[in-house]
Design a binder for this molecule. Structure first.
Ligand SMILES: [Zn+2]
Length: 256
């Protein structure tokens, strides 16, 4: 029997996630993944049809002719069917676990980035970057030279700003998308834990969606693609991180 999780992801976020998922898997028919997973989950065809139609609206397929306005926030349990189906579809792959890690990592990164400006497809403004970074930027601006009250003794270092930026991003994500996280500062590390992953319900040890998002975020914070980029000050400790607990640590520039 299918049971809802009870927590939903808002429409803008589902749109961005599913677009990135389709792009990362390279499969425009990615909806076949969750249909296959659903066949095992639902006993009756009727029930399957009713529950899945809300997911279908996110796939741009003329045969369904859904209108965008029919899109509704999605329950985590429905969203997780997509992930489950992707894992099942690759069941026989000799390096399945590694493949799942790579695809989910890529989904997170592409979701962060959105479409490239020269992409021939319209980016409807659903990238995480566009949805959240103005909040992060205005928060960080308060602590920089040129802001009222900031002097040489009170200005934050770029490493401190990077940490604050990461915290501000995940807090914004919590407020806007209701994706809950625990942030724990264990100097010099920053530990971010997601007790309720909307994408796999914390069932997959190979889920790397949050890794991909965080890597994109770290690069953006340091302006990696700018000619005047700040040297990277934070990195993810991959050995100590797990699927839903990320350990971020200062990068010792001298040791590079
Ligand atoms: Zn997950």
């Amino acid at each position: 029997m299918f049971s809802y999780h009870g927590h939903q992801l808002p429409v803008f976020f589902v749109e961005g996630y599913i677009k990135a998922f389709v792009q990362a898997t390279g499969n425009p028919n990615a909806d076949a993944f969750y249909r296959a997973a659903a066949r095992r989950t639902f006993t009756s065809g009727e029930e399957r049809y009713q529950i899945l139609s809300s997911l279908e609206t996110y796939f741009e397929r003329p045969i369904f002719s859904y209108h965008l306005s029919e899109r509704r926030p999605l329950d985590y349990a429905l969203l997780a069917l997509l992930f489950e189906g992707m894992v099942e579809a690759n069941e026989r792959h000799p390096k399945r676990d590694e493949l799942v890690r790579r695809l989910s990592w890529h989904t997170g990164l592409l979701w962060w980035l959105g479409r490239a400006p020269v992409s021939t497809h319209l980016d409807e403004g659903r990238s995480l970057w566009k949805l959240t970074t103005s909040h992060v930027e205005s928060y960080l601006d308060i602590w920089k030279y040129g802001s009222p009250g900031i002097t040489v003794t009170t200005v934050k270092s770029s490493q401190e700003l990077a940490k604050m930026g990461i915290i501000a991003f995940f807090e914004t994500l919590q407020q806007q998308a209701d994706i809950y996280c625990d942030i724990h500062q264990a100097e010099p590390e920053l530990v971010v834990h997601f007790p309720e992953c909307p994408f796999c319900l914390n069932r997959s040890p190979d889920c790397r969606v949050f890794w991909g998002i965080t890597m994109g975020l770290i690069e953006w914070l340091h302006g990696t693609h700018h000619f005047n980029a700040v040297p990277t000050t934070l990195q993810m400790n991959e050995a100590n991180s797990t699927s839903h607990t990320l350990v971020l640590e200062p990068l010792n520039i001298l040791s590079r």
